[in-house]
Design a binder for this molecule. Structure first.
Ligand code: R5P
Length: 265
């Protein structure tokens, strides 16, 4: 690996081999998502806990300070909306000039395996890898299911992750599921876990992230379960504990519960 790519990889996978990405790209197809109406305001108190922020170029330019210390993973696919025809009908939205100008440490693109746009979105990934690789920019493939959340089982996710790795992704983002080891073990590149809709209770998040990492994921790319939490900073701190300090779900939950109290003293 050339110096540039190795350097960028070290920004998105820390020396312990783990990573914590804060996903705030939802507006690219959902518009002003609850609690993410102002991304800058939502992100600022959380950045100290995470390794990288996953956003679009529009939000990065308008709401995130260029002096920020956190690495940036740029969401570079889109072209659809919640009120449009099919969420899978995506294209690559951001040129390599922009990726370089914005000093992204990596880029992210969605792939919709099994959809009507499977071919198109796999080629989006392939073309993006072709464009980014000469500049040493790592590509994170997002195994996306659109509104078909029931697709999130090990058989489907293992298929989708393996295809993304074969096409050239440096990292693959997917959902945690039952028998998650099957997904990780058949994927030759590192796997990170996405969150999905906010869970019923807070402990559940810490549990599935912990379990996913026990099963071989290297970290998370999590959004709603952090910034839609009633105590986003406490949840980010607790997740940091699970990811980088090997806390168990119980230990992390204690940290979550005590965080706000300690902060006010
Ligand atoms: C969806 O594709 C978005 O790109 C998010 O980055 C991803 O789903 C992670 O966010 P959440 O944890 O809210 O699902």
């Amino acid at each position: 690996m050339d110096w540039g790519k190795e350097n960028r990889m070290s920004k998105v996978i820390k020396p312990d081999g783990k990573c914590f990405y804060l996903a705030m790209d939802h507006g690219y197809f959902q518009g002003p998502t609850t609690r993410l109406e102002n991304v800058g305001q939502a992100a600022t108190p959380l950045l100290e806990f995470v390794d990288a922020l996953f956003v679009t170029r529009g939000v990065l330019r308008s709401q995130i300070s260029p002096k920020v210390n956190t690495s940036i993973i740029l969401r570079v696919s889109g072209g659809t909306s919640m009120v449009g025809g099919d969420l899978a009908n995506e294209a690559v939205t951001t040129s390599i000039d922009e990726i370089l100008r914005l000093n992204a440490s990596a880029v992210g693109v969605s792939v919709f395996v099994g959809s009507d746009y499977e071919h198109q979105t796999i080629l989006n990934l392939a073309n993006l890898v072709n464009i980014c690789e000469p500049y040493g920019i790592p590509v994170m493939a997002v195994t996306a299911v659109g509104l078909e959340l029931e697709k999130r089982d090990a058989r489907y996710l293992a298929l989708a992750c393996r295809i993304c790795a074969e096409i050239g992704a440096s990292v693959v983002k997917t959902y945690y599921c039952e028998n998650f080891q099957k997904v990780v073990n058949s994927c030759p590149v590192p796997v990170v876990i996405a969150g999905g809709p906010k869970t019923e209770n807070d402990f559940e998040v810490l549990e599935f992230v912990y379990q996913g990492m026990q099963d071989g994921a290297i970290g998370v790319n999590l959004g709603r379960n952090i910034w839609q939490n009633s105590q986003p900073q406490a949840m980010a701190r607790a997740l940091q504990g699970v990811i980088h300090e090997s806390l168990t779900p119980n230990e992390a939950f204690e940290l979550y519960q005590s965080y706000e109290q300690e902060k006010s003293h």
